[in-house]
Design a protein around this ligand. Structure first.
Ligand SMILES: Nc1ncnc2c1ncn2[C@@H]1O[C@H](COP(=O)(O)OP(=O)(O)OP(=O)(O)O)[C@@H](O)[C@H]1O
Ligand SMILES: [Mg+2]
Length: 313
């Protein structure tokens, strides 16, 4: 049975649950603050070469708010959730760096990852943020999380940067350096690109040649960096196919017991054969718990983590 068939079967067999009801608006977990020069950097001097992103602004993150939003697990679940995201990030990192050596420079870099789903509300943003937090824990890698969902810029809202310049500013203004919209955060290794100012042609811009250039430039900021892109639902985005082709890897989030089988099949067809695609079965459990379980698979195997609430062995 292929990975897709197994994933679809899993959907059919999946346990009860799934996201219930609309989400209540939540306060942001971050706010923009002026950047402080790196210690030892004289005022007016450029910061060290190793640093990337805006030199003027950064995002101050409120860890308590992150936890309250369910984006950091409560203490007692921390190990389990961290374990779940380790299972998710390992194959992504492996593909990103194993393949990087042999990477054909005309194709999208495997260090660029689009997180998408067939339909709305399947956990793209939750996955993008948690994956970004998990990747940022890696000593050797930095992660640039791009908010690419113009109709629902939840990454920007979450980090309190919805009114900052961002992706759409660099798309509409080729003179604007991409680095200026990469905001460092006070989580080491985590950088955010806000959605920016959108125009009526926002969706067309996502599939433009300029978008390809922007993704490539962001990826080139750090040879060991990962670029993560939180996207709109693929079946509702007319430019989805082109968009998916800009990334070397795609994580297709599927809400267990929620996403119709046909929608998964259609989404996979839309993504096409360009990027390396992984399916993430995400079961959101909402009893005020951070939870869910994740099954993640590529063609080379199917990895399933434990369900939240069980002990890690
Ligand atoms: N694994 C999970 N555990 C707990 N809550 C989750 C999980 N996955 C998603 N959720 C919650 O489900 C809701 C929908 O998730 P999210 O916003 O990430 O979906 P989305 O695919 O980005 O939606 P949209 O298409 O509207 O942008 C959110 O309230 C989110 O916090
Ligand atoms: Mg979202």
């Amino acid at each position: 049975m292929s990975i897709v068939e197994r994933a679809i079967k899993r959907l059919q067999d999946s346990a009860q649950g799934g996201a219930k009801g609309p989400r209540a608006p939540s306060p942001p977990v971050g706010r923009v603050v002026p950047s402080v020069a790196a210690p030892g950097t004289p005022p007016g001097e450029p910061r060290s070469r190793r640093e990337i992103g805006s030199t003027e602004k950064s995002i101050h993150i409120d860890y308590d708010a992150l936890r309250q939003r369910g984006l950091l697990p409560p203490e007692h679940q921390q190990r389990q959730i961290a374990h779940q995201y380790r299972l998710l990030k390992r194959p992504l990192l492996k593909a990103a760096f194993d393949a990087a050596a042999a990477h054909d420079s005309t194709a999208a870099s495997p260090r660029t990852i689009m997180v998408t789903s067939a339909l709305p509300g399947e956990g793209k943003t939750f996955t993008s943020i948690n994956l970004a937090l998990s990747l940022a824990l890696e000593k050797d890698h930095r992660v640039i999380l791009i908010d690419g969902d113009a109709p629902k810029p939840h990454v920007s809202h979450t980090f309190g940067v919805a009114s900052e310049a961002g992706l759409f500013d660099v798309l509409t203004n080729p003179g604007l350096p991409v680095e200026s919209v990469v905001l460092p955060t006070d989580i080491r290794g985590l950088y955010i690109v806000p959605i920016g100012r959108r125009s009526d042609s926002a969706t067309e811009l996502l599939s433009s040649a300029r978008m390809r250039q922007v993704v490539a430039e962001l990826q080139a900021l750090d040879d060991y960096g990962i670029v993560l892109f939180d996207s709109p639902p693929i079946l509702l985005t007319s430019e989805a196919q082109v968009l998916a082709s800009l990334f070397g890897q795609v994580v297709l989030v599927v809400r267990a017991s929620g996403t119709p089988q046909q929608a998964v099949t259609d989404a996979l067809a839309m993504i096409g054969e360009g990027p390396r695609v992984g399916l993430l079965l995400n079961q959101a459990l909402h009893d005020n718990n951070v939870g869910g379980y994740y099954g993640y698979g590529y063609g080379d195997g199917f990895v399933e983590s434990q369900q939240a609430g069980q002990n890690e062995s």
